[in-house]
Design a protein around this ligand. Structure first.
Ligand SMILES: C[S@@+](CC[C@H](N)C(=O)[O-])C[C@H]1O[C@@H](n2cnc3c(N)ncnc32)[C@H](O)[C@@H]1O
Length: 283
């Protein structure tokens, strides 16, 4: 090889190694800033959906009309306009579990049974958006007309008054509109309108990576577990929003777990909600 060719080769080699360094630097910087942007987006979404960012006061019927950050932290009040009432801790936990399901490649969609204004489902869709996930869906199950009156078949719900609260009846169109406000209403969001006992058995969900239950009553919790638990993938998560504060809900969960011999550890979220991770052998 002539001297010129040798020099040319050496220069090319140097250029290639320099390019590798540049690509590595650019990629590293992009990964860092992408992570930061994703985190800021999801944090902003959490602040908006829980009404913390604009200090949304609670509904007049249930509070003294002033915003209390502690109540909102634990989801102990019902916001006037914010899109979720589950509070910052349980919302943060939802993000964590959705991210774990994505990182650990737990197969399946995400569902919430009992969505109110849609906030928790909007957040699950936002996490999918933040990670560019296109092959999972968010199922949004609700009567969109409030809670059912207690059924005599379920003594644990006797005297339950939730069905008398008009504040809990949020029409489907309003919830769709709420998704739209964040630019998150698309074919990755599926609405199931009606009582759980009617909609869940035939819902074409396929496997579920997350089953989040927020129907408050014994009947609503038991219907969700009965029709959806077996669809939860091994390694998937079962979240119960009201386990520590609604007796009927807790009773349904305890009975279901005992009946199915589920021994997976109940993990505390914020003194109100709990979750468990379904092991391969449970239920
Ligand atoms: C406490 S709210 C849900 C709060 C919501 N997860 C959030 O992020 O703010 C309870 C919801 O469950 C719905 N619900 C309760 N039981 C139901 C049932 N058996 N069938 C259909 N919807 C039900 C109610 O309509 C209401 O929207």
């Amino acid at each position: 090889m002539g001297l010129v060719a040798q020099m040319k080769n050496r220069v090319l080699k140097k250029m290639r190694s320099l390019r590798r360094v540049i690509v590595a630097v650019v990629r590293f910087r992009n990964v860092g800033s992408l992570r930061l942007l994703r985190d800021r987006y999801l944090q902003l979404m959490l602040d908006c959906l829980t009404g913390s960012i604009y200090q949304d006061p609670p509904l007049k019927a249930l509070g003294d009309g002033s915003f209390d950050p502690t109540l909102r932290e634990y989801g102990w009040d019902w916001p006037s306009v914010a899109h979720s009432m589950i509070g910052r801790r349980r919302m943060g936990n939802l993000r964590l579990l959705v991210e774990r399901a994505l990182f650990d490649r737990i197969p399946g969609d995400f569902i919430e049974t009992g969505v109110w204004r849609g906030g928790a489902c909007i957040y699950m869709r936002a996490v999918l958006e933040a990670y560019g996930v296109r092959d999972r869906r968010v199922w949004v199950a609700d009567s969109f007309a409030g809670l059912p009156p207690p059924d005599v078949a379920y003594p644990a719900d006797a005297g339950d008054k939730f069905h008398t609260f008009p504040e809990l009846a949020v029409p489907l169109e309003t919830v769709k509109c709420n998704f739209e406000k964040y630019g998150l209403l698309d074919d990755q969001v599926i609405f199931l309108k009606g009582w759980f006992k009617d909609t869940l058995p035939a819902a074409a969900t396929g496997p579920l990576a997350i089953l989040r239950m927020d129907g408050d009553m014994y009947e609503s919790t038991m219907d969700a577990l009965t029709h959806l638990y077996d669809r939860v993938s091994p390694g998937g998560y079962v979240i119960i929003d009201d386990y520590r504060v609604v007796d009927g809900c807790r009773k349904a969960v305890d009975e279901f777990r005992a009946r199915r011999g589920i021994a997976d550890e109940l993990v505390e979220i914020d003194g109100v909600g709990v979750y468990w991770q379904k092991t391969r052998h449970s239920g």
